[in-house]
Design a protein around this ligand. Structure first.
Ligand code: FS2
Ligand code: SF4
Length: 545
C-alpha cells in the first residue's frame, strides 16, 4: 500500500504497511481500485458531455459517494468498498454502450480500457495506486486535485441530501478526473486544474451553505451544554445535518435524548434543529478522543461521516455503533436511506432505551453559531471594535484536530494570543481551544465558531464583507491572519478555496502535506506565500506582533 493523503501519514511521507489511521493494506488496495473505477466512469462521462450527451444523476451521485468513501477515516469496510467497485463497473459498462451508440471516441487510458474482470481486481488495485505517476511533481499536482475533489465530494453529498445539486460542479469533477487519468497531462494543465478545483470548492461550500440554511435557518448565537442529562442518549457524529434532523424527529417523545459529537456540534446552532428539547448537548471532543469518550457515553453511536477510529477489540461500545452514507466499518450495521431519502433509526432507538444515561465527563457550556449571518447581525459592533482598536486582529484558526502531540501548538497559540485579538474558527480544530474561556471584547466572544469545516466558507464571506466595509483594495490588507490546522481532505478543499479567493500568506500545520512535492511547494510559496508553522512565540510575533 501507499497512502499519503492525511497529515498523520507515517514518517510524514506515506503509510506503506498499515495506515496510522488503522487502514489495512488490503482496504487501501480496494480504495485504489475504487478510485481507478471512479476515474474511468468520470472520464467516459466527460467525453460524453463534450459530445453533448449529458449523463444521468446516477453517475454524478456515484462519483461523489465513491470519492467520499475514500476520505481518511470514512470507510474501513472492504466489502462495502468492493460493492462500490462493482456498482461503478456496472455504470461504466452502461456509459460505454452509450458512447458506442453515439460514435463517441473514448480516451485510450488504462482507467477507461480496463475490463473489470473480478480475477484482476487485485492487480488493478495495485496498478491504480498513487505511485502509478512516476514524476513526483506531476503526482503531487494530480493528488492535490484528487484530494481536493474528495473534500468537495463530501460537501456536495451533504448538499444533495437536502436536494441541492449543481451540474457544473459534477461536470468539473468529471473533467478534472479525466485530466488526472491522462498519462500525458503536463504541469501547466495540472496546475490550472488545481486552481480550478479551488474555484469549484467555493461553489460546493456555497451550495452546502445554501442547503443547510434553507433547510434549518441561519446559525445563531447559541450556548451548548457539554454536560449530560438523566435519560439514555444516542450520540451522533459527523457532518450530515439531514441525518440528525431525522434522528431528532424519530426520537421525540421516546424518552431517549440526542447528543452531538465532534463535527456535529454545530447542529445546535440551527433554529430548526435546536428547537428539539431532547437535543441535550455535545458529548466529548474531537474525533481522535472517541475510544475513551465512547466508553463513558453508554449508549449507541451513529457515524454520518468520518472520522471513525477503529475500536480496540475490548471496546464496550463496539456492538452498538452504526454507520450511514459513505461511512462503513466491518461488523457495524449500516443504515441505508429509502428512495425518498428517509432513514429508519428505530433499531438504534430501541438499543438506546436499554442503555444507561451517559456518564458526565465535562460540565458547563460552550458558545457558537457565528456563521456569516450572525456575524453580519453583529457587524456594527464588530466594525466599531476594530475602528476603536479594541479588536486589533482576527486570526482564522479553522480546520481539523488530530492525535499528534505537536497540535498542542494550537492550544498554546490560542491561549497566548493578545487579548485584543479574536479567533475565527470552524471545523473540529476548535476543540483545541474552545474550552479555554478566553473571554470577550466588548461582548464579542474571543472565539467565534462558525460551525463545521465547510463553514470556513463563512469566514471567506465575512472577509469579503469587511473588505467592502473598510473600503480595502485587497482582501489581504485586512487585519486577518490565517493559521489553519489540517488533517484530512476536506481541509485540502478549504485551502484550495481560500487560495482561489486570493487569500495570501496562509500558514498550515502542524506539518506540511506529504503529497506536496518540493517544486509544487515552491510554486505555492512564490504565488501565495503559503507557509508552515514554527514555534508559538515566533508565529505570534510574526502574525500579531
Ligand atoms: Fe474533523 Fe474529521 Fe470536518 Fe474533518 S471530524 S478531521 O472529518 O471534516 O474536520
Ligand atoms: Fe496513512 Fe492517513 Fe492514508 Fe490513513 S489516511 S493510510 S493515516 S496517509
Amino acid at each position: 500500500m501507499f497512502c499519503f493523503q492525511c497529515q498523520e501519514t507515517a514518517k510524514g511521507t506515506g503509510c506503506t504497511i498499515q495506515g496510522v489511521c488503522g487502514k489495512k493494506a488490503e482496504t487501501s488496495r480496494w480504495q485504489d481500485l475504487l478510485l481507478g473505477v471512479v476515474r474511468g466512469v468520470a472520464t467516459i462521462s466527460d467525453s460524453l458531455r463534450n459530445a453533448g450527451i449529458k449523463s444521468s444523476q446516477e453517475v454524478g451521485d456515484y462519483i461523489v459517494d465513491a470519492l467520499f468513501a475514500t476520505i481518511t477515516n470514512a470507510n474501513f469496510d472492504d466489502q462495502a468498498i468492493l460493492n462500490k467497485v462493482d456498482n461503478g463497473l456496472r455504470i461504466k459498462r452502461k456509459l460505454i454502450v452509450l458512447a458506442k451508440e453515439h460514435n463517441v471516441t473514448l480516451p485510450n487510458y488504462q482507467e477507461v480500457n480496463w475490463g473489470g474482470e473480478k480475477s484482476d481486481y487485485e492487480a488493478e488495485g495495485e496498478r491504480e495506486g498513487v505511485l502509478r505517476t512516476e514524476n513526483e511533481d506531476l503526482r503531487s499536482l494530480k493528488e492535490l486535485t484528487v484530494l481536493g475533489l474528495k473534500g468537495m465530494a463530501a460537501y456536495y453529498e451533504h448538499a444533495s441530501r437536502l436536494n441541492e445539486r449543481n451540474e457544473n460542479i459534477i461536470a468539473f469533477i468529471e473533467k478534472s478526473l479525466a485530466i488526472v487519468s491522462n498519462p500525458e497531462a503536463d504541469m501547466d494543465t495540472l496546475l490550472a486544474t488545481v486552481m480550478e478545483t479551488g474555484k469549484f470548492g467555493v461553489d460546493a461550500m456555497a451550495l452546502l451553505d445554501k442547503a443547510n440554511t434553507q433547510a434549518y435557518g441561519n446559525p445563531e448565537l447559541t450556548k451548548v451544554n457539554i454536560g449530560t442529562g438523566s435519560r439514555p442518549g444516542i450520540l451522533i457524529s459527523g457532518h450530515d445535518l439531514k441525518d440528525i434532523e431525522q434522528l431528532l424527529e424519530q426520537t421525540e417523545g421516546t424518552g431517549v435524548d440526542v447528543y452531538t459529537h465532534g463535527e456535529m456540534l454545530p447542529a445546535h446552532y440551527y433554529p430548526q434543529l435546536k428547537k428539539y428539547k431532547h437535543l441535550v448537548g455535545n458529548y466529548g471532543n474531537a474525533w481522535w478522543k472517541q475510544k475513551e469518550e465512547f466508553e463513558t457515553f453508554n449508549g449507541p453511536i451513529i457515524f454520518t461521516t468520518n472520522c471513525i477510529v477503529p475500536p480496540s477489540p475490548k471496546a464496550s461500545y463496539k456492538d452498538r455503533v452504526f454507520t450511514t452514507n459513505a461511512t462503513g466499518f466491518p461488523g457495524w450495521k449500516h443504515i441505508l436511506a429509502d428512495e425518498n431519502g428517509h432513514k429508519d433509526f428505530s433499531e438504534v432507538i430501541e438499543i438506546a432505551k436499554t442503555c444507561k444515561a451517559p456518564t458526565a465527563i465535562e460540565q458547563g457550556e460552550i458558545i457558537g453559531g457565528f456563521a456569516h449571518a450572525q456575524v453580519f447581525a453583529l457587524a456594527d459592533q464588530v466594525v466599531e471594535a476594530v475602528k476603536s482598536g479594541a479588536i486589533r486582529k482576527f486570526v482564522v484558526m479553522s480546520g481539523c484536530d488530530g492525535r499528534m502531540k505537536s497540535r498542542d501548538y494550537y492550544t498554546e497559540f490560542a491561549a497566548q494570543l493578545p487579548k485584543d485579538t479574536v479567533i475565527l474558527t470552524s471545523g473540529c480544530a476548535k476543540f483545541k481551544y474552545n474550552k479555554l474561556n478566553l473571554g470577550d471584547i466588548n461582548g464579542i466572544p474571543r472565539v467565534l465558531d462558525a460551525g463545521q469545516c465547510n463553514d470556513s466558507y463563512s469566514w471567506a464571506v465575512v472577509a469579503l464583507k469587511l473588505k467592502e466595509i473598510f473600503g480595502a483594495n485587497d482582501i489581504n490588507d485586512l487585519p486577518i491572519e490565517f493559521n489553519i490546522a489540517w488533517y484530512e481532505q476536506k481541509a485540502v478543499i478549504v485551502l484550495l478555496a481560500l487560495l482561489y479567493l486570493g487569500i495570501k500568506n496562509i500558514h498550515i500545520g502542524p506539518t506540511l502535506p506529504a503529497f506536496v512535492s518540493p517544486n509544487v511547494l515552491n510554486v505555492l510559496v512564490e504565488n501565495f506565500g503559503l507557509g508552515g508553522i514554527t514555534s508559538v512565540e515566533e508565529d505570534l510575533k510574526n502574525m500579531v506582533g
